[in-house]
Design a protein around this ligand. Structure first.
Ligand code: 5GP
Length: 196
């Protein structure tokens, strides 16, 4: 790797309340930009309808998750709601070494941890157009119980308090527009003096 390339490939961290549309956003982004690889997280939560093991998440038992922590397999992990979520270390390192950007879908604590490890990471907060729209989306998705939705909405306030720590904020009015903005952010970041 040339010295100039050292910070040219960076992790891109998407954070935002559950129901903001991050999954749809990252899937479209991956289709449009082949230089981005997705970091599949591990979780102890139950798979939702249509979610595939090792593609959407590594669905692990609590015991296996603890074993992975002990074995140092995560670059960060956190308890979100009542379940554990973690970023496997190896693929992130491998993709960056191969010259890709790595896309991570994390909570704000995860973003902070990644930034500590990879100072070149770019953290983007995805905002829903409004809290009432977010509530509508969570209800329409129909994949979480009323209790879980209530919990998730309560957590929105906590996440919003940390918004100033992020490099960029993008409001999700339309998925295509968000993806275009993220592509523009990547292009601008690659030209930043500090990366050259
Ligand atoms: P969900 O259960 O809706 O897929 O995810 C719940 C929350 O956990 C979301 O905010 C998501 O971004 C976050 N999350 C998913 N994977 C990870 C991870 O590996 N680490 C951390 N810290 N948060 C994660």
């Amino acid at each position: 790797m040339r010295i100039l390339d050292k910070f040219a490939h960076f992790p891109i961290v998407l954070v935002g309340p559950s129901g903001t549309g991050k999954t749809t956003i990252y899937k479209l982004l991956l289709n449009k930009n082949t230089m981005i690889k997705y970091s599949v997280s591990a979780t102890t939560r139950e798979p939702r309808n249509g979610e595939i093991d090792k593609k959407d998440y590594y669905f692990l038992s609590k015991t296996t998750f603890q074993d992975w922590i002990k074995a140092g397999k995560f670059c960060e992990w956190a308890k979100v709601y009542k379940d554990f979520y973690g970023t496997p270390k190896e693929p992130v390192t491998q993709y960056l070494n191969e010259g890709y950007h790595v896309l991570l879908d994390l909570d704000s604590r995860g973003a902070k941890s990644i930034k500590k490890i990879y100072s070149q990471a770019v953290c983007i907060f995805i905002l829903p157009p409004s809290i009432s729209e977010l509530k509508d989306r969570l209800l329409k998705r129909g994949q979480d119980s009323a209790k879980v939705i209530e919990h998730r909405l309560k957590d929105v306030d906590k996440e919003l308090k940390k918004i100033k720590e992020f490099d960029y904020i993008v409001v999700n009015k339309s998925v295509e527009a968000v993806v275009d903005k993220i592509q523009a952010i990547i292009t601008a970041e690659k030209c930043k003096t500090k990366r050259l």
